[in-house]
Write a protein that binds this ligand. Structure first.
Ligand code: ADP
Ligand code: ZN
Ligand code: ZN
Length: 752
């Protein structure tokens, strides 16, 4: 092998951990750069891989790459370092991590296509598909300075006059405004009045134009203190993580905006992560009003084309601010000076399948690599975050009061025990009546969608369950069907028990649909709306409902946790929590924390305007600390109590967790696979003299989802390092039957 031969390391998106080595033929050698994609032979297939580095030498017979697919690298060296860290930490193949970090539209898939050759033989040919098209548009420009425009009449004259004035315009605009068809535009070009040019354009996911500007607000003392500390850290240019703990309505967003302004002035960029943008159109608007720089938006509601375009704008440095949901933590943004994680407690930062990353945690990792400030903002930070702040691992910034001296809402806790049959207890009805008569808006929260949560037979006790999942079916009245909320299954509402044919069947439990129906019966003249997954399907569904709150055409909005998230509607004077207990009874060590956060967040939607806010909470567990602490706005008390529980049970922050979930179509195989894995873990643990605690295997609380049986093993460790060491060795040795799948969840958030 000649000295000059280039060998590259290639990560391939396959479920293998290995990095592959390939030779680069002479003709391609000058194009090799880390971060570009390559087409490589793999077995008998051709696959797309990513160049992750050059290798000095490699053993064995190496094959040559077929082609280099990009002109410019898709990843910078620093991004690659971050993605490698991610792959290592979450024990996920690097090739898959790299592929997942790219917008779906960019990924090129190759497949075999059979074609007929000239002599009639069938030939298998490789074709590359995917790779979103760059969108272009024709722009027309006035050039006919000397041509006599007087000779033109009608539409043609209007078009030329307009272009003379405006300089240039896209053909689509001329078509819309003047009815100029392509024949007319072609004619004008031939006559020398105008010239056309085809140019690349971006699809714009933010349809709403923003014209009005918004100036920085005069900060109150607490905001000012926070900003001073953040700016001081930003000026040092080293990694500085903060918890911005501010009660609901304390002006956290204003602090983000001004801190980002400082970062932009340094010529650095900012990444803003939010739980789900579709839920917070207000926030994007606020950024657009404040900043004139390029702002890119990334979230799950974008089409592949829009996402591809936003990605390219960012890659080219045309956006200094990126606002996005969890996957935006991988945005190709350079020179990052600030990463904001808004509502850092939100569980949607965790990806629940595939690469099970947590964007909140990765924000800290990426911030460290970028020497950036990281702001974790919340009114209800995670118990683990608050603990880290107490330990001095995060700077603690506190906004203890609402802006403009607005009071926290007044809260009443209503004991629902013994009155289970009623959706609205008399206190709640009276509060709603009163609120309507005063012209205020109300939010009603219930954490379940649908009408009734289950159907039970009074004769034999049979409950209507999903055949594919271990959950009950939820009745949806509008559709007259029972639905599974985990899979696609649904059936028409039966009139007899499926087990004993008795007609004595009863719907129990309530969801948003039922609350809506009862509210309409109680308040026939009120304008009532509902916001949950069923009413917000389709693009702009959330925004439409939220606009109703904004322009005062909704008196009562009923909804799931969607209504709890970060909205700022000054007209909301009453928040009613119809039921807060559903989350409390889940077999998950975070159930108290979740309940506390949820209630505090919904309560926080009340009284953000000039009229004071009122909250009514109905509960069947009115003595539970999650509820009593929430209704008395007692964060410190809740955290102290919750931390005590975590310490005793050795849950995070006093341990690190990993969940191993085994799943398959055969319960016996899954149980057997889980058992063998547990024995191997135990053996490996003894060999390594590891102190990791192994719990299980046991059937998962949700023992079956989508027809797959699930068993799990939970690993608990005081040190992260021990956990990874044990899992690393275990994975190398593990041989599971093909019918059993293992997914490893590092720092699991959902324990069901
Ligand atoms: P949070 O994110 O903490 O819930 P926001 O940042 O949304 O709070 O602020 C709540 C409201 O208060 C917004 O309408 C915002 O414009 C306003 N606000 C924020 N800071 C100030 C301030 N210093 N003075 C007056 N109003 C403010
Ligand atoms: Zn029955
Ligand atoms: Zn199901």
């Amino acid at each position: 092998m000649p000295e000059s031969t280039t060998i590259i390391e290639v990560a391939i998106p396959l479920h293998v951990e290995t990095i592959f080595h390939y030779l680069v033929p002479e003709r391609l050698a000058h194009l090799v750069r880390t971060g570009k994609r390559v087409l490589v032979p793999f077995g008998r297939r051709k696959l797309t891989g990513y160049i992750i580095g050059k290798a000095g030498s490699a053993k064995g017979d190496l094959r040559e790459i077929i082609d280099i697919l990009d002109q410019e690298p898709l990843f910078t060296a620093r991004e690659l370092e971050f993605l490698r860290w991610t792959a290592g930490y979450y024990l996920y193949p690097l090739g898959e991590v790299l592929k997942g970090a790219l917008p779906a539209g960019i990924n090129i898939e190759s497949r075999m296509k059979s074609t007929m050759s000239a002599d009639g033989a069938s030939v298998n040919e490789e074709v590359l598909t995917g790779g979103k098209q760059v969108k272009t548009a024709v722009f027309l420009r006035y050039v006919g300075a000397d041509a006599p425009t007087k000779a033109l009449k009608g539409k043609r004259a209007h078009v030329v006059e307009f272009l003379k004035e405006a300089g240039e315009a896209p053909a689509a605009v001329l078509r819309r405004e003047f009815g100029a068809d392509s024949a007319m535009l072609k004619g004008l070009q031939e006559q020398g009045y105008i010239v056309g040019e085809e140019r690349e354009v971006y699809r714009d996911p933010f349809r709403e134009e923003v014209f009005d500007r918004d100036l920085p607000l005069h900060l109150n003392m607490a905001q000012e203190d926070a900003l001073v500390r953040i700016n001081a850290a930003a000026d040092k240019g080293s990694f500085a993580p903060f918890l911005l703990h501010g009660v609901t309505g304390s002006g956290k967003t204003e602090v983000y905006l001004q801190a980002i302004s400082h970062i932009l002035a340094q010529g650095r960029s900012s990444l803003v992560l939010v739980p789900e943008i579709a839920l917070t159109p207000q926030l994007v608007k606020r950024f657009k009003r404040r900043f004139t720089c390029g702002i890119a938006v990334l979230h799950s509601g974008l089409s592949d084309g829009e996402r591809f375009d936003e990605w390219r704008r960012i890659r080219r440095g045309e956006a200094a601010i990126v606002i996005g949901a969890r996957s935006a933590v991988f945005a190709p943004l350079e020179r990052i000076g600030m990463i904001v994680v808004d509502e850092e407690h939100d569980a949607s930062y965790k990806q629940s399948e595939g690469l099970r990353y947590n964007a909140r945690d990765l924000a800290l990792v990426r911030g460290k690599m970028e020497h950036a400030c990281v702001l974790l903002g919340s009114a209800t930070p995670l118990v683990t975050t608050f603990h880290a702040a107490q330990e001095g691992k995060l700077g603690y910034l506190h906004l203890p009061e609402r802006v403009r001296g607005l009071p926290m809402p007044v809260v009443e806790l209503i004991d629902g025990r013994g009155r289970k049959g009623e959706t609205f207890l008399p206190e709640m009805t009276a509060a709603l009546e009163n609120n309507i008569s005063q012209g205020g808006q109300a939010l009603l929260f219930i954490n379940r969608r649908g009408f009734a949560t289950f159907l039970i037979c009074g004769e034999c006790g049979h409950v209507l369950n999903c055949p594919n999942c271990s959950v009950t079916l939820t009745y949806h009245r509008r559709k007259e069907r029972h639905y599974c909320h985990y899979c696609e299954y649904s059936i028409p509402a039966p009139s007899l028990c499926a087990a004993c044919q008795s007609p004595d069947i009863t719907l129990l439990g309530r969801g948003t649909e039922r609350v809506e129906e009862e509210a309409r019966a109680l308040f026939p003249t009120a304008r009532i709306s509902r916001m949950d997954r069923d009413t917000t399907r389709g693009r702009g569904g959330h925004a439409r409902i939220l606009r109703g709150l904004e322009d005062g055409t909704i008196d009562i909005l009923i909804g799931t946790q969607m209504i709890a998230k970060g909205h700022d509607f000054p007209g909301v004077t009453l928040v009613g929590v119809v039921s807060a207990d559903a989350t409390l009874n889940l077999p998950d060590f975070r159930s108290a924390e979740r309940t506390f956060q949820l209630i505090t967040q919904v309560m926080g939607r009340a009284g953000r305007g000039d009229a004071p806010g009122r909250v009514v909470v109905q509960s069947l567990a009115p003595e539970h600390y999650a509820i009593t602490r929430a209704v008395s706005h007692d964060f410190a008390g809740f955290y102290a109590e919750e931390l005590e529980f975590r310490r005793e049970a050795a849950y995070p922050p006093f341990s690190h967790l990993a969940a191993l979930v085994f799943s398959g179509n055969s319960t016996a195989e899954v149980e057997k696979g889980g058992g063998e894995a547990a024995r191997l873990l135990l053996k490996t643990k003894q060999e390594l003299k590891s102190r990791v605690e192994i719990l299980g295997p046991a059937a998962a609380p949700l023992a079956k989802i989508r027809g797959r049986y699930r068993w799990q093993i939970l690993l608990k460790s005081a040190l992260r390092k021990d956990l990874h060491r044990l899992l690393g060795t275990f994975r190398e040795r593990l041989k599971l039957p093909a019918v059993v799948r293992l997914s490893i969840d590092i720092d699991p958030v959902d324990m069901l």
